[in-house]
Design a protein around this ligand. Structure first.
Ligand code: CA
Length: 229
């Protein structure tokens, strides 16, 4: 089922949107704060985001910009003001569409459906063999940034996903924590090699049956980590 995230602080509007979208067969989640909404959009696998502009914590412009840096899911922006629409266009934020309040629920549903099918076509036409990584029960879809462990989907944060994918794509190679940190985190990132340890721990909790005896990501004492095949 396609999953939609609504980032909207006006509860009545969010609930109305949710009701209509659920009637059309979508799975819908609501987030009322901008900063929390961005976090959720980046850390989970949504098929589309409906984004209000004026939000507590972080505005829709910034959220859209940051989602675009990491994901290619459709973003449908919602605004009450015509000025905002001009600004969305002018900033070239990469929003896929915008809709002005007040809008009819059926119009919203129609737009969502149109973007969803366009996105699915795009994903399928772009998909190449090497964008799926599969190793011993772990399946990583690099295009959709989704991960399944023995057919069960698990949610990974952006960095957890990047780290797992990097290791899985370079199996049997031992990487030091320094190397992994440089590979996955930007130079400007706050943090150090302890960040790598923390992320490895979190990944193991999601992929390993027994984290004390990892079958996938092995610790090579005094050196670093290796993804075993
Ligand atoms: Ca608002």
């Amino acid at each position: 089922m396609s999953k939609i995230l609504i980032i909207e602080d006006e509860e009545s509007i969010a609930e109305l949107e949710k009701d209509y979208l659920e009637l059309s067969g979508f799975e819908v989640e609501i987030e009322g704060r901008g900063d929390d909404g961005l976090k959720r959009a980046l850390e989970n696998s949504y098929d589309l985001v409906i984004l209000d502009l004026m939000l507590p914590g972080m505005d829709g412009f910034e959220i859209c910009r940051q989602i675009r840096e990491k994901k290619n899911i459709p973003v449908l922006m919602v605004s009450a003001k015509k000025d905002d629409i001009d600004k969305i266009r002018g900033l070239g934020l990469g929003a896929d569409d915008y809709i002005t309040k007040p809008f009819s629920p059926s119009e919203l549903v129609a737009r969502v459906k149109a973007h969803m099918s366009r996105y699915e076509r795009l994903i399928h036409s772009n998909r190449r063999e090497n964008e799926i990584v599969e190793i011993r029960g772990i399946k990583i879809d690099k295009t959709a940034r989704r991960v399944w462990i023995n057919e069960e989907e698990k949610n990974f944060t952006t960095k957890e996903f990047d780290l797992l994918t990097f290791l899985a794509e370079n199996p049997n190679h031992v990487f030091t924590k320094d190397e992994l940190f440089r590979e996955i985190w930007d130079m400007e990132s706050v943090g150090d090699i302890a960040t790598v340890t923390v992320h490895i721990k979190k990944i193991r909790e999601k992929i390993e049956l027994d984290t004390a005896r990892p079958q996938y990501i092995e610790t090579i004492w005094g050196v670093g980590y290796r993804f075993r095949v």
